[in-house]
Write a protein that binds this ligand. Structure first.
Ligand SMILES: [Zn+2]
Length: 166
């Protein structure tokens, strides 16, 4: 566990990004660059649990950042007013911001828990879309419950466009 003052400094450095980022895409690019340079700041377990190496390398140019629900100004404000108290919780916050910033959500009702939106992912190998519920983990495709074995990743802009979803 890193010391609290070091964590606070890292966080303030992060907040300085606010001065440069004018759009969600610029914000995520800056955040991603920061994560890539600072992987060593986090405990190994946090890097692994929150897949920070994956997020540091994910190709933002292919992802529908402008169409997601990310409000980066709100995230910056929340980091300032309610800063994470440990490196582990900062890692989780960063994961949450990046994930919500690169995945499209749609107003679809979850069959299982009746949440009113689903997150659009795609199978890594096939580009087939899979709609996933954040709340209960339900996953479906066009034919009902998804039972595929493929790893999932954020749906790419090009795939979403081809399906007429954006
Ligand atoms: Zn659900």
């Amino acid at each position: 566990m890193i010391r609290a003052h070091r964590l606070t400094k890292d966080l303030l450095d992060f907040l300085a990004l606010k001065m440069r980022a004018k759009t969600s895409r610029e914000f995520l690019q800056a955040l991603q660059a920061w994560v890539g340079k600072n992987l060593g700041v986090f405990p190994d377990e946090s890097v692994s649990a929150f897949r920070l190496e994956y997020y540091a390398k994910i190709s933002l140019s292919e992802l529908p950042i402008e169409q997601t629900n990310l409000r980066f100004e709100e995230e910056l404000e929340r980091l300032g007013t309610a800063p994470p108290s440990t490196a582990d919780s900062l890692a989780m916050r960063i994961r949450d911001i990046l994930w919500s910033g690169v995945t499209l959500t749609l107003p679809m009702v979850c069959d299982q828990c009746h949440a009113d939106w689903l997150r659009v992912l795609q199978e890594i190998c096939s580009e087939r879309l899979v709609y996933v519920c954040d709340r209960c983990g339900w996953a479906e495709n066009g034919d009902g419950r998804w039972s595929g074995q493929s790893e999932l990743m954020p749906a790419h802009t090009q795939v979403l466009r081809a399906q007429g979803l954006i």
